[in-house]
Design a protein around this ligand. Structure first.
Ligand code: AMP
Length: 419
């Protein structure tokens, strides 16, 4: 079923959204992108005469109730965004009465799903190495099904619109779908858009295809890097992983961030790039700091000749030029992860150079996809959000989709063979 075709009139829809929004110390939302992202789906259901049950997680409460992760803090913001009152169910697994009483046009939001360990379906407080882990996991999986069944019992149909958690097989993102037949479950508009954006990058790739992977570590991105090496024409690797590559060749990297146990991984990436004929673009120089702070003294060193007492926090001027040249002329672009510690205004020029080059290539007809919280924050920081083709709300989910994995949240709706 598709959300456009479904007749919501007189029906109750339970919608999984990603309202895991950042809050300040007073519980005020600092970035409401995720709420805005879900609005087309939520408003459509209400406009069509349906009643809404909204469910989400927030933070990592690890299966326990924790006031600082309560979704009650965002009820007013959601009500303001929808332009109507939002009721709240303080216990997401005991909302039967409130759900049953909902009338068309009314909205009920459930408390944080992750207050129940059943949502994630992983045993809490037992280490993986513990012999008790596997039996506990089995038991938890059974409890997860029961939990999903309770959530499903609140509604006539299920809408999955939480792209940010679509790579997790949780009760609310996937397991719940088993309790609805194919005619009563569907992806929301945000999910449809995200899946289409991934298709636009991977489906009919317009070349040259340039990917930019940054961030702090190579280890968390190695899967996607290896995968991209089978797809792209050029791969820019920047950010903290620069120094793992420099070290792998015996370079001096001072106090720069490094993964000493991943030196062989870095060499393997270089070898695979060569084998696949992919141009690997690494930063030859770095803007270095004498401490990890915005106000530190700055000096430029080659990335493989950084003296003790200094650490590379951003891509150097030569690197920035190389990145710009590599992005220029691209027809498909994927960017995940900053080129430096962009949170520091004095160390964000490398990330800015990338963002600006992407904007220019996009103006010249490239399709550019930006994903992962930090690269999205970069694009916003530099005022380039409307100069790129698509900004994904997903980090891990986007990368897994680009890797070609079927996201559990998509498979739950469309079947295992779904694209
Ligand atoms: P990730 O979560 O792996 O995508 O990494 C994002 C983080 O990497 C950002 O918070 C950046 O500040 C950080 N980062 C990027 N470059 C460096 C660097 N050279 N040294 C330390 N941290 C970095």
């Amino acid at each position: 079923m598709t959300i456009k075709d479904y007749k919501f009139a007189g029906k109750k829809a339970i919608v999984r959204v990603d309202f895991n929004v950042p809050l300040d110390e007073n519980g005020k939302i600092t970035d409401d992108t995720r709420i805005r992202g879900a609005l087309p789906t939520l408003k459509h259901i209400l406009d069509e005469g349906g009643a809404l049950i909204i469910m989400s997680h927030m933070g990592k409460p690890k299966g326990k109730v924790a006031a600082k992760y309560s979704l009650s803090q965002i009820v007013d913001a959601v009500a303001a965004a929808l332009g109507r009152p939002v009721q709240f169910a303080e216990d997401c697994a005991k909302a039967q009465d409130k759900a049953a009483a909902l009338k068309p046009g009314e909205v009920l939001m459930l408390e944080n799903l992750r207050f129940y360990p059943e949502e994630e379906g992983k045993p809490v407080g037992i280490e993986k190495e513990d012999p008790a882990y596997e039996p506990a996991k089995k038991e938890m999986k059974a409890r997860q099904k029961e939990f999903a069944k309770v959530l499903a019992s609140y509604a006539d149909c299920y809408v999955m619109d939480a792209f940010g958690t679509a790579h997790r097989k949780h009760a609310s993102t996937a397991v719940i779908a088993d309790y609805f037949d194919a005619d009563n479950k569907m992806l929301g508009f945000l999910m449809e858009k995200e899946v289409a954006a991934v298709d636009a990058v991977l489906g009919d790739i317009k070349r040259p295809f340039v990917a930019i992977m940054g961030g702090s570590k190579v280890s968390s991105k190695i899967g996607i890097i290896e995968n991209l090496l089978g797809k792209v024409d050029k791969l820019i690797l920047c950010g903290g992983m620069t120094y793992t590559f420099a070290k792998a060749h015996g370079g001096e990297i001072g106090n720069s961030i490094v993964e000493l146990d991943k030196l062989d991984v870095a060499l393997g990436v270089e070898e695979l790039a060569k084998k696949n004929g992919v141009e690997l673009v690494l930063a030859p120089d770095a803007i270095c700091a004498d401490s990890f702070s915005n106000d530190a003294n700055q000096k430029i060193f080659p990335s493989n000749a950084i003296p003790e007492g200094w650490e590379g926090l951003d891509a150097g001027p030569k690197a920035q030029e190389n990145f710009r040249n590599a992005i220029k002329g691209a027809k498909t672009i994927l960017w995940n992860g900053p080129a430096g510690v962009f949170e520091f205004d004095n160390f964000c020029d490398g990330s800015r150079a990338i963002g600006e080059a992407i904007a220019e290539a996009t103006a010249n007809g490239a399709f550019s996809l930006i994903g992962g919280g930090d690269s999205v924050a970069c694009v916003n920081k530099f005022g380039l959000a409307d100069k790129v083709s698509y900004i994904s709300t997903g980090g891990g989910a986007l990368l897994e989709a680009i890797e070609g994995k079927i996201l559990p949240g998509v498979a739950a709706i469309k079947g295992e063979g779904a694209k």
